[in-house]
Design a protein around this ligand. Structure first.
Ligand SMILES: [Fe+2]
Ligand SMILES: [Zn+2]
Length: 347
């Protein structure tokens, strides 16, 4: 990266105002709408003035956390890169032998000049939910090694960020140093040939950034995940194990279509297998009843698609400076001339 100026990515301003998740009420809210929230909050059990004030304080607290997020993340990266001792340094650089042989064959097919959508469908599993597909990605042995490494990090005294506003347990893979040599290669060299055929209408040929994290579910931690959509054009979700019972994923419809949880389709997930789905396809995870469930999530983004319309606020994105990939928005060349920190030096 030295010498060449890295492409700059941005966040949309709605990140600081919209889609604030209230865990107690399982509700996403926008800050500006806070005064109008009373009826819906009341219907969900927020009855007293005190409870309502608590909600407002939580919204303010979350906005404040988001404002400080980039700086806090940079500080964690600096500490982790200087002091964290990996248990298994080899897992940080993507190797072909981490990949399931079937996955390598699927990718080889997608890269071939005769590849087409029907041919790919013969090689992967189409699930009962619309445009959700499954195929092996990693070997079970690699999944075990990766979880072992993540547990080593979890047990260390290193600073940890939350994967996103809905998951409290897990690891932000960019902070741990997986982005450049692992996830970027996985996205560009292996996943993009697949998404090009499956999701050309969602930017499948131009997945130019990502946010990758591992989420952990355990009985005494996060047990499930509420119905939601992702800040992504296409999401890859790989089951890494370990042993757990129940906790299936379920899919509804695209976010524009209202669907109740009872109308959803349940999907079983196997260790090492990945599910691909459109980011705006609403989904959730049922509670696990025992054990621990770890999943690798890659939110893939296409700047070409999201520059038109931010998927989180449905408006033209209001670009705000960000570190790393931000939320995957890019600017026109003239907008990019604005002086700012060089993202290269921050990674
Ligand atoms: Fe998700
Ligand atoms: Zn937005």
């Amino acid at each position: 990266m030295a010498g060449a100026r890295a492409r700059r990515f941005y966040t949309c301003g709605c990140f600081y105002t919209d889609n604030i998740f209230l865990q107690d009420y399982r509700l996403h809210v926008n800050r500006a709408a806070a005064p109008d929230l009373r009826p819906i909050l009341q219907s969900k059990g927020c009855k007293t003035e005190e409870q309502f004030k608590e909600v407002q304080a939580k919204i303010d607290q979350e906005v404040q956390r988001r404002r400080l997020l980039s700086q806090a993340s940079l500080e964690r990266v600096a500490i982790i890169s200087a002091h964290y001792k990996p248990l298994n340094p080899a897992v940080y650089i993507l190797q072909e032998n981490f990949l399931a042989p079937e996955f390598r064959e699927i990718v080889a097919y997608c890269r071939s000049k005769d590849a087409d959508f029907e041919g790919l469908l013969d090689r992967i599993q189409s699930l009962p939910a619309k445009r959700v597909y499954s195929f092996p990605v990693f070997t079970v042995e690699f999944c075990r090694q990766l979880v072992e490494e993540l547990e080593n990090f979890e047990c260390s005294d290193m600073p940890k960020g939350r994967p996103n506003t809905m998951n409290n347990y897990g690891v932000l893979l960019n902070e741990l140093g997986f982005d450049e040599m692992f996830i970027t290669s996985l996205r560009e060299d292996y996943l993009q040939p697949i998404t090009s055929l499956l999701y050309p209408d969602y930017g499948g040929q131009g997945m130019d950034s990502h946010k990758a994290f591992v989420v952990k579910y355990a009985v005494n931690q996060d047990r499930d995940l509420s119905f939601h959509y992702d800040n992504a054009e296409v999401t890859l979700n790989v089951s890494l194990g370990k042993d757990f019972n129940e906790g299936n994923l379920y899919f509804g419809d695209m976010r524009q279509v209202r669907v109740s949880q009872s109308e959803c389709v349940e999907i079983e997930h196997r260790v090492g297998h990945g599910l691909l789905h459109r980011g705006q396809h609403c989904h959730g995870a049922l509670p696990i009843s025992s054990g621990e469930r770890w999943n690798l999530i890659v939110w893939m983004r296409s700047s070409q698609v999201r520059n038109q319309l931010c998927p989180m606020c449905d408006r033209k994105p209001q670009l705000e400076d960000a570190v790393g990939f931000g939320d995957g928005f890019t600017a026109t060349p003239s907008e990019d001339q604005r002086p700012s920190v060089d993202v290269c030096s921050l990674n």
